[in-house]
Design a protein around this ligand. Structure first.
Ligand SMILES: N[C@@H](CCC(=O)N[C@@H](CS)C(=O)NCC(=O)O)C(=O)O
Length: 292
């Protein structure tokens, strides 16, 4: 079907930097740094460079959960990367993550610093290092990995597909909204059916699979992403809602959501986290919607 808005691609695509939409200023077709800028380094073993988007929240929730379990080695400095300002294209950040996306972690606990990028890799790295939230072997470990990788493959359709065209694109187009709404709802149904018989997504135990999936799908059904709860009829996914609310109540999750947060109520934003006491000035309830 064609109409007056249809587009005939040229033989070779060229970059029009002002392509419109909320993230037009940072979208580019090339990788690598745009400017020289070293990253700050604090005193703790873990140095996190991030922002409280759903992908960033995975890392801060994991670190806070580890601290909650008493793993002092998970103490961290969380430095703010303002992706809207292009901080992810600074030379220091690109050295830690050549893909220029938050979250990025430097594990400085050993003799040689280890860079860790991709939120899934950060979760596995920390889980293995501290022996927590990931079974050591066997079927239980595989099931956690199944769901962790499910999140990595699925969320781009929710964020880059549904969220982009429903909330961020410069105009509303029915075709992509229909396509990605269908997929977002299918994914919610996958989770809902699984969670019908389980407390957590990979079984009875809370795991890095829940920590990866909750910031996206949990916060979606809690009405914090894209203002889309009614549109997606999230109350029809009762098992996902029950799971999302239970995780939302965890103290480490409430703290993790605040770290590197630059939106919502100012008193709930902890732009940088360098010590557990940094949270004391913050109220831990009634957090506002998340960016996604
Ligand atoms: N697959 C990556 C996705 C990370 C990602 O997309 N991060 C976004 C924020 S949620 C970002 O840094 N965007 C900056 C940009 O695209 O320039 C992960 O899970 O870590």
């Amino acid at each position: 079907m064609t109409d007056q808005n249809s587009y005939t691609p040229p033989a070779v695509w060229t970059w029009e930097s002002d392509s419109g939409g909320q993230f037009a200023s940072i979208n580019r077709p090339i990788a690598g740094p745009t400017h020289d800028k070293d990253l700050p380094v604090g005193t703790h073993p873990m140095q996190l460079y991030s922002l409280a988007t759903p992908n960033g929240v995975k890392a801060t929730v994991m670190l806070e959960e580890l601290l909650e379990l008493g793993h002092a080695g998970a103490e961290y400095d969380a430095w703010l990367i303002r992706i809207g300002d292009g901080d992810q294209f600074g030379s220091g950040f690109v050295e830690v993550n050549p893909n220029s996306k938050i979250p990025a972690l430097m594990d400085r606990s050993g003799e040689t610093p280890v860079r860790v990028f991709e939120s899934g890799s950060i979760l596995v790295h920390l889980a293995e290092k501290f022996g927590a939230f990931l079974p050591a072997s066997g079927q239980a470990r595989t099931e956690v990995m199944n769901w962790l990788f499910w999140q990595m493959g699925s969320a781009p359709y929710l964020g880059g597909g549904f969220g982009h065209f429903y909330a961020y694109a410069p105009e509303k187009w029915k075709y992509p909204i229909d396509r990605f709404t269908m997929e977002a709802k299918r994914q919610l149904d996958v989770l809902d059916r699984e969670l019908a018989g389980k407390t957590h997504i990979a079984g009875d135990d809370y795991s890095i699979a829940d920590i990866a999936i909750w910031p996206w799908y949990g916060q979606l059904v809690l009405g914090r992403l894209y203002d889309a709860a009614e549109f997606l009829d999230v109350t029809s996914y009762a098992n996902v809602l029950r799971w999302a609310e239970a995780i939302d109540a965890r103290p480490a999750v409430q703290r993790g959501r605040m770290v590197n947060r630059t939106f919502g109520k100012p008193e709930l934003q902890l732009h940088e986290r360098h010590d557990a006491s940094d949270f004391q000035t913050r109220t831990q309830d009634k957090l506002e919607p998340s960016a996604g």
